[in-house]
Design a protein around this ligand. Structure first.
Ligand code: HEM
Ligand code: HEM
Length: 143
């Protein structure tokens, strides 16, 4: 039983890392796409909302890119190469350091993760506000 549990948790953390790294690729692709294609012009709204929206979007991009990078750093400083869906491996490209592994672990779990939750809630809250209170059909902009 213990053996199965151990195998399970290895599988899950392996999948966690694989999906995390693939998200990093998607985010980089998205940023490139965002830089080279125009987003629709900002919906009409008060200046403070426009500022808040730009700030939140920038924060979402920053944390969604930082999270997998910090996860990767945690792993390699812990001396573990990162396997991505069995397709390729990211080797340990730094000198392993327990202190730094610990630091990136704290950053991953205690700092950036709560920020992802917070900004996502603000983001979804704003989308719902536009959809059901302002009724300005902003969600159609995602097409
Ligand atoms: C955006 C992508 C990612 C998100 C949202 C994310 C989220 C999380 C969260 C919430 C935890 C804490 C789980 C808990 O202990 O309660 C965690 C742990 C962990 N993550 Fe990630 N992660 C991401 C990417 C990665 C990547 C790319 C790697 C490694 C290559 C990684 C490696 C780890 C490891 C090793 C742990 C366990 C740390 C420990 O045992 O204390 N993560 N992750
Ligand atoms: C109920 C779920 C969600 C809804 C209804 C929603 C809605 C939207 C809308 C309407 C936009 C376009 C905003 C505009 O053009 O001004 C957008 C953009 C975006 N969303 Fe979401 N979203 C949801 C979940 C998420 C989640 C979970 C994340 C990531 C954690 C996320 C990240 C982003 C990012 C990064 C953008 C791009 C902003 C930009 O490039 O300007 N969204 N979302």
């Amino acid at each position: 039983m213990l053996l199965y549990n151990n195998l399970d948790s290895k599988l899950y953390i392996g999948l966690h890392k694989s999906f995390g790294i693939s998200l990093l690729f998607w985010m980089v692709a998205r940023v490139i796409n965002r830089l080279f294609t125009k987003a629709p012009p900002a919906a009409p709204m008060p200046k403070w909302q426009q500022l808040l929206s730009q700030l939140s979007h920038f924060a979402l991009y920053a944390i969604l890119i930082a999270m997998p990078i910090v996860g990767l750093l945690m792993s390699v400083y812990g001396g573990r190469p990162v396997d991505v869906f069995g397709l390729f491996q990211i080797p340990v490209f730094v000198t392993p350091d327990r202190g730094l592994a610990r630091f990136y672990n704290d950053l991953h779990t205690d700092i950036i993760w709560p920020m992802i939750i917070a900004f996502t809630l603000v983001h979804i809250g704003a989308a719902l506000y536009h959809q059901y209170i302002k009724k300005d059909n902003l969600m159609a902009r995602m097409k």
